[in-house]
Write a protein that binds this ligand. Structure first.
Ligand code: NAD
Length: 275
Protein backbone atom coordinates (compact mmCIF):
# COMPACT_ATOMS: atom_id res chain seq x y z
CA UNK A 1 0.00 0.00 0.00
CA UNK A 2 1.38 3.48 -0.85
CA UNK A 3 1.69 5.93 2.07
CA UNK A 4 0.22 9.41 1.86
CA UNK A 5 0.04 12.22 4.50
CA UNK A 6 -3.70 11.50 5.00
CA UNK A 7 -2.81 7.97 6.01
CA UNK A 8 -2.50 6.91 9.68
CA UNK A 9 0.79 5.15 10.42
CA UNK A 10 0.86 2.47 13.14
CA UNK A 11 3.87 1.55 15.26
CA UNK A 12 3.08 -1.96 16.55
CA UNK A 13 4.88 -2.79 19.80
CA UNK A 14 4.91 -6.53 20.48
CA UNK A 15 4.75 -7.28 16.74
CA UNK A 16 5.81 -10.91 17.05
CA UNK A 17 3.29 -11.93 19.73
CA UNK A 18 -0.08 -13.64 19.21
CA UNK A 19 -1.97 -10.33 19.15
CA UNK A 20 0.82 -8.45 17.38
CA UNK A 21 0.76 -10.83 14.42
CA UNK A 22 -3.02 -10.72 14.25
CA UNK A 23 -2.95 -6.90 14.18
CA UNK A 24 -0.25 -6.88 11.50
CA UNK A 25 -2.45 -9.14 9.38
CA UNK A 26 -5.49 -6.84 9.83
CA UNK A 27 -3.34 -3.80 8.96
CA UNK A 28 -2.19 -5.47 5.73
CA UNK A 29 -5.82 -5.51 4.53
CA UNK A 30 -7.07 -2.08 5.74
CA UNK A 31 -7.32 1.15 3.75
CA UNK A 32 -6.20 4.52 5.14
CA UNK A 33 -4.04 3.00 7.88
CA UNK A 34 -0.71 1.21 7.49
CA UNK A 35 2.19 -0.26 9.44
CA UNK A 36 5.19 2.08 9.76
CA UNK A 37 7.06 0.40 12.63
CA UNK A 38 7.21 -3.11 14.09
CA UNK A 39 8.88 -3.37 17.51
CA UNK A 40 9.82 -6.74 18.98
CA UNK A 41 11.59 -7.68 22.20
CA UNK A 42 15.40 -7.47 22.18
CA UNK A 43 16.79 -10.83 21.01
CA UNK A 44 13.52 -11.81 19.27
CA UNK A 45 14.30 -14.00 16.20
CA UNK A 46 12.24 -11.60 14.04
CA UNK A 47 14.48 -8.62 14.96
CA UNK A 48 16.20 -7.24 11.83
CA UNK A 49 13.93 -9.21 9.50
CA UNK A 50 10.78 -8.20 7.63
CA UNK A 51 7.60 -7.74 9.66
CA UNK A 52 5.00 -10.52 9.10
CA UNK A 53 2.72 -9.57 6.15
CA UNK A 54 4.70 -6.30 5.62
CA UNK A 55 7.96 -7.09 3.76
CA UNK A 56 8.81 -3.36 3.46
CA UNK A 57 8.88 -2.79 7.26
CA UNK A 58 11.81 -4.14 9.30
CA UNK A 59 11.21 -5.50 12.81
CA UNK A 60 13.36 -3.68 15.36
CA UNK A 61 14.31 -4.51 18.93
CA UNK A 62 14.18 -0.92 20.18
CA UNK A 63 11.99 2.14 19.99
CA UNK A 64 13.35 5.64 20.64
CA UNK A 65 11.70 9.00 21.20
CA UNK A 66 13.76 10.38 18.28
CA UNK A 67 12.43 7.73 15.88
CA UNK A 68 8.85 8.62 16.81
CA UNK A 69 9.55 12.34 16.42
CA UNK A 70 11.10 11.71 12.98
CA UNK A 71 8.01 9.70 12.05
CA UNK A 72 5.87 12.71 12.94
CA UNK A 73 7.95 14.98 10.71
CA UNK A 74 6.84 13.24 7.50
CA UNK A 75 3.32 14.66 7.96
CA UNK A 76 1.55 11.33 8.53
CA UNK A 77 -0.47 10.86 11.76
CA UNK A 78 1.41 8.31 13.83
CA UNK A 79 -0.20 6.16 16.55
CA UNK A 80 1.17 3.30 18.63
CA UNK A 81 -0.46 -0.01 19.55
CA UNK A 82 1.02 -2.01 22.44
CA UNK A 83 0.28 -5.69 23.13
CA UNK A 84 3.29 -6.82 25.17
CA UNK A 85 3.40 -7.30 28.94
CA UNK A 86 3.20 -4.94 31.93
CA UNK A 87 6.89 -3.97 31.86
CA UNK A 88 6.86 -3.56 28.08
CA UNK A 89 3.69 -1.45 28.08
CA UNK A 90 4.95 0.87 30.83
CA UNK A 91 8.18 1.42 28.89
CA UNK A 92 6.23 1.97 25.63
CA UNK A 93 3.94 4.50 27.30
CA UNK A 94 6.91 6.53 28.61
CA UNK A 95 8.46 6.68 25.13
CA UNK A 96 5.19 7.65 23.37
CA UNK A 97 4.38 10.21 26.06
CA UNK A 98 7.78 11.88 25.71
CA UNK A 99 7.44 11.94 21.91
CA UNK A 100 3.82 13.22 22.09
CA UNK A 101 2.40 10.34 20.02
CA UNK A 102 -1.08 8.80 20.68
CA UNK A 103 -1.09 5.27 22.08
CA UNK A 104 -3.53 2.34 22.28
CA UNK A 105 -2.69 -0.19 25.02
CA UNK A 106 -4.29 -3.64 24.91
CA UNK A 107 -1.86 -5.21 27.38
CA UNK A 108 -3.41 -6.44 30.65
CA UNK A 109 -2.25 -7.37 34.16
CA UNK A 110 -1.41 -3.94 35.66
CA UNK A 111 -1.47 -3.48 39.43
CA UNK A 112 -3.39 -0.39 40.62
CA UNK A 113 -0.08 1.53 40.99
CA UNK A 114 1.08 0.48 37.50
CA UNK A 115 -2.28 1.45 36.03
CA UNK A 116 -1.97 4.84 37.69
CA UNK A 117 1.49 5.35 36.18
CA UNK A 118 0.18 4.29 32.76
CA UNK A 119 -2.83 6.61 32.91
CA UNK A 120 -0.70 9.57 34.03
CA UNK A 121 0.50 9.88 30.40
CA UNK A 122 -3.04 10.87 29.33
CA UNK A 123 -2.19 14.43 30.37
CA UNK A 124 0.34 14.55 27.48
CA UNK A 125 -1.06 12.22 24.79
CA UNK A 126 -4.35 10.72 23.60
CA UNK A 127 -4.30 7.38 25.45
CA UNK A 128 -6.74 4.49 25.15
CA UNK A 129 -6.27 1.53 27.49
CA UNK A 130 -8.70 -1.37 27.08
CA UNK A 131 -8.34 -4.90 28.44
CA UNK A 132 -10.69 -6.07 25.71
CA UNK A 133 -11.05 -4.53 22.26
CA UNK A 134 -14.18 -6.39 21.12
CA UNK A 135 -17.53 -4.74 20.51
CA UNK A 136 -19.46 -7.54 22.23
CA UNK A 137 -17.61 -7.26 25.55
CA UNK A 138 -18.31 -3.54 25.80
CA UNK A 139 -21.98 -4.14 25.12
CA UNK A 140 -21.88 -6.90 27.75
CA UNK A 141 -20.41 -4.44 30.30
CA UNK A 142 -23.24 -2.05 29.52
CA UNK A 143 -25.84 -4.80 30.13
CA UNK A 144 -24.04 -5.99 33.27
CA UNK A 145 -24.16 -2.48 34.74
CA UNK A 146 -27.93 -2.38 34.12
CA UNK A 147 -28.47 -5.87 35.57
CA UNK A 148 -26.41 -5.07 38.68
CA UNK A 149 -28.51 -1.97 39.25
CA UNK A 150 -31.80 -3.83 38.69
CA UNK A 151 -30.87 -6.84 40.87
CA UNK A 152 -29.27 -5.37 44.02
CA UNK A 153 -30.02 -8.44 46.17
CA UNK A 154 -28.47 -10.97 43.77
CA UNK A 155 -24.97 -12.42 44.28
CA UNK A 156 -22.60 -11.54 41.40
CA UNK A 157 -19.87 -13.97 40.33
CA UNK A 158 -17.68 -13.72 37.22
CA UNK A 159 -16.10 -16.75 35.57
CA UNK A 160 -13.47 -16.31 32.86
CA UNK A 161 -11.82 -19.02 30.72
CA UNK A 162 -8.59 -18.49 28.75
CA UNK A 163 -5.91 -20.52 26.94
CA UNK A 164 -3.09 -22.24 28.80
CA UNK A 165 -0.47 -19.61 27.78
CA UNK A 166 -2.21 -16.62 29.39
CA UNK A 167 0.09 -15.14 32.03
CA UNK A 168 -2.15 -12.88 34.16
CA UNK A 169 -5.21 -13.81 36.25
CA UNK A 170 -7.95 -12.86 36.60
CA UNK A 171 -8.20 -11.46 33.08
CA UNK A 172 -8.30 -7.71 32.57
CA UNK A 173 -11.74 -8.23 31.02
CA UNK A 174 -13.05 -10.04 34.14
CA UNK A 175 -11.89 -7.08 36.26
CA UNK A 176 -13.48 -4.70 33.77
CA UNK A 177 -16.79 -6.60 34.10
CA UNK A 178 -16.36 -6.59 37.88
CA UNK A 179 -16.05 -2.81 37.70
CA UNK A 180 -19.29 -2.76 35.68
CA UNK A 181 -21.09 -4.71 38.45
CA UNK A 182 -19.63 -2.43 41.13
CA UNK A 183 -20.44 0.78 39.27
CA UNK A 184 -24.02 -0.44 38.64
CA UNK A 185 -24.32 -0.67 42.44
CA UNK A 186 -22.53 2.63 43.07
CA UNK A 187 -19.53 0.88 44.64
CA UNK A 188 -15.81 0.28 44.00
CA UNK A 189 -14.62 -3.12 42.82
CA UNK A 190 -11.52 -2.90 45.04
CA UNK A 191 -13.77 -2.88 48.15
CA UNK A 192 -15.90 -5.81 46.98
CA UNK A 193 -13.87 -8.28 44.89
CA UNK A 194 -13.01 -11.80 46.03
CA UNK A 195 -10.56 -13.38 43.58
CA UNK A 196 -9.87 -16.71 45.27
CA UNK A 197 -11.51 -19.04 47.76
CA UNK A 198 -9.79 -22.00 49.38
CA UNK A 199 -10.35 -23.90 52.59
CA UNK A 200 -12.96 -23.00 55.22
CA UNK A 201 -13.79 -19.56 53.89
CA UNK A 202 -17.15 -19.29 55.59
CA UNK A 203 -20.44 -18.24 54.07
CA UNK A 204 -20.50 -15.89 51.13
CA UNK A 205 -20.34 -12.28 52.29
CA UNK A 206 -23.36 -10.43 50.85
CA UNK A 207 -22.44 -7.77 48.29
CA UNK A 208 -19.07 -9.26 47.34
CA UNK A 209 -18.15 -9.79 43.67
CA UNK A 210 -16.45 -13.14 43.06
CA UNK A 211 -14.01 -13.60 40.16
CA UNK A 212 -12.81 -17.04 39.08
CA UNK A 213 -10.14 -17.82 36.44
CA UNK A 214 -10.09 -21.10 34.45
CA UNK A 215 -7.01 -21.87 32.29
CA UNK A 216 -6.53 -24.47 29.57
CA UNK A 217 -6.36 -25.45 25.92
CA UNK A 218 -6.65 -22.80 23.24
CA UNK A 219 -9.67 -20.83 24.52
CA UNK A 220 -9.42 -17.29 23.13
CA UNK A 221 -11.57 -15.80 25.92
CA UNK A 222 -14.93 -16.58 27.56
CA UNK A 223 -16.56 -14.42 30.24
CA UNK A 224 -19.80 -15.13 32.11
CA UNK A 225 -21.30 -12.82 34.71
CA UNK A 226 -23.66 -14.78 36.98
CA UNK A 227 -26.36 -12.99 38.96
CA UNK A 228 -27.57 -15.55 41.50
CA UNK A 229 -30.84 -15.01 43.35
CA UNK A 230 -33.18 -17.21 45.39
CA UNK A 231 -34.92 -19.60 42.98
CA UNK A 232 -33.51 -18.01 39.82
CA UNK A 233 -30.30 -16.90 38.18
CA UNK A 234 -29.28 -14.79 35.22
CA UNK A 235 -26.12 -15.51 33.22
CA UNK A 236 -24.68 -13.04 30.71
CA UNK A 237 -21.94 -14.54 28.53
CA UNK A 238 -19.49 -13.36 25.89
CA UNK A 239 -17.30 -15.84 23.96
CA UNK A 240 -14.48 -14.76 21.67
CA UNK A 241 -13.70 -17.45 19.11
CA UNK A 242 -10.94 -15.59 17.26
CA UNK A 243 -8.26 -13.03 18.17
CA UNK A 244 -9.19 -11.19 15.00
CA UNK A 245 -12.08 -9.50 16.84
CA UNK A 246 -9.58 -7.90 19.29
CA UNK A 247 -7.18 -7.03 16.46
CA UNK A 248 -9.90 -5.28 14.44
CA UNK A 249 -10.97 -3.34 17.54
CA UNK A 250 -7.37 -2.26 18.23
CA UNK A 251 -6.92 -1.03 14.65
CA UNK A 252 -10.23 0.87 14.76
CA UNK A 253 -9.22 2.39 18.11
CA UNK A 254 -5.86 3.49 16.62
CA UNK A 255 -7.54 5.06 13.60
CA UNK A 256 -10.00 6.89 15.88
CA UNK A 257 -7.37 8.01 18.45
CA UNK A 258 -4.86 9.37 15.92
CA UNK A 259 -6.62 12.73 15.60
CA UNK A 260 -7.77 13.22 19.20
CA UNK A 261 -6.52 15.70 21.82
CA UNK A 262 -4.54 14.43 24.85
CA UNK A 263 -6.75 12.63 27.36
CA UNK A 264 -7.88 9.20 28.57
CA UNK A 265 -10.27 7.48 26.18
CA UNK A 266 -12.19 4.19 26.37
CA UNK A 267 -13.40 1.64 23.83
CA UNK A 268 -16.93 2.83 24.59
CA UNK A 269 -15.93 6.19 23.09
CA UNK A 270 -14.69 4.51 19.90
CA UNK A 271 -17.72 2.24 19.63
CA UNK A 272 -20.24 4.95 20.56
CA UNK A 273 -21.74 2.82 23.37
CA UNK A 274 -23.07 4.75 26.38
CA UNK A 275 -21.02 4.36 29.55
P1 NAD B 1 2.26 -12.90 23.60
O1 NAD B 1 3.11 -13.37 24.75
O2 NAD B 1 1.94 -13.84 22.49
O3 NAD B 1 2.94 -11.60 22.92
C1 NAD B 1 3.58 -10.59 23.64
C2 NAD B 1 4.76 -10.15 22.77
O4 NAD B 1 5.34 -8.95 23.31
C3 NAD B 1 5.90 -11.21 22.75
O5 NAD B 1 6.26 -11.48 21.39
C4 NAD B 1 7.05 -10.52 23.49
O6 NAD B 1 8.31 -10.90 22.97
C5 NAD B 1 6.74 -9.06 23.17
N1 NAD B 1 7.35 -8.08 24.07
C6 NAD B 1 7.49 -8.14 25.42
N2 NAD B 1 8.10 -7.01 25.86
C7 NAD B 1 8.33 -6.24 24.77
C8 NAD B 1 8.93 -4.96 24.59
N3 NAD B 1 9.40 -4.28 25.62
N4 NAD B 1 9.01 -4.48 23.32
C9 NAD B 1 8.54 -5.17 22.27
N5 NAD B 1 7.97 -6.39 22.38
C10 NAD B 1 7.87 -6.91 23.62
O7 NAD B 1 0.93 -12.34 24.26
P2 NAD B 1 -0.45 -11.97 23.54
O8 NAD B 1 -1.38 -13.13 23.63
O9 NAD B 1 -0.18 -11.33 22.21
O10 NAD B 1 -1.01 -10.88 24.56
C11 NAD B 1 -0.28 -9.68 24.85
C12 NAD B 1 -1.04 -8.89 25.90
O11 NAD B 1 -2.30 -8.48 25.39
C13 NAD B 1 -1.36 -9.67 27.19
O12 NAD B 1 -1.27 -8.78 28.29
C14 NAD B 1 -2.79 -10.13 26.98
O13 NAD B 1 -3.48 -10.38 28.19
C15 NAD B 1 -3.35 -8.93 26.25
N6 NAD B 1 -4.53 -9.17 25.42
C16 NAD B 1 -5.41 -8.14 25.32
C17 NAD B 1 -6.50 -8.25 24.47
C18 NAD B 1 -7.42 -7.05 24.31
O14 NAD B 1 -8.43 -7.14 23.59
N7 NAD B 1 -7.08 -5.92 24.93
C19 NAD B 1 -6.71 -9.43 23.73
C20 NAD B 1 -5.80 -10.46 23.85
C21 NAD B 1 -4.69 -10.31 24.68
Amino acid sequence: MSRSPSMTGVVMVGASGRMGREILQVLSREDGICLVGAIVEKGDPLSGGPAPFHPDVTCRGELTVDDLRKGLQNGMSIVGIDFTNVEGALSTSRTFSEAGVPLVVGTTGFSPAEKEELMSHASRIPLLVAPNMSLGVHLLAHLVRQAAKALPGFDAEIVEVHHQKKKDAPSGTALFLGEAVASGRGENLADRSVCSREGIVGERVPGTIGIVAVRGGDVVGDHTVHFLGMGERLELTHRASSRETFARGAVEAARWLATKKPGAYRMEDVLGIGR
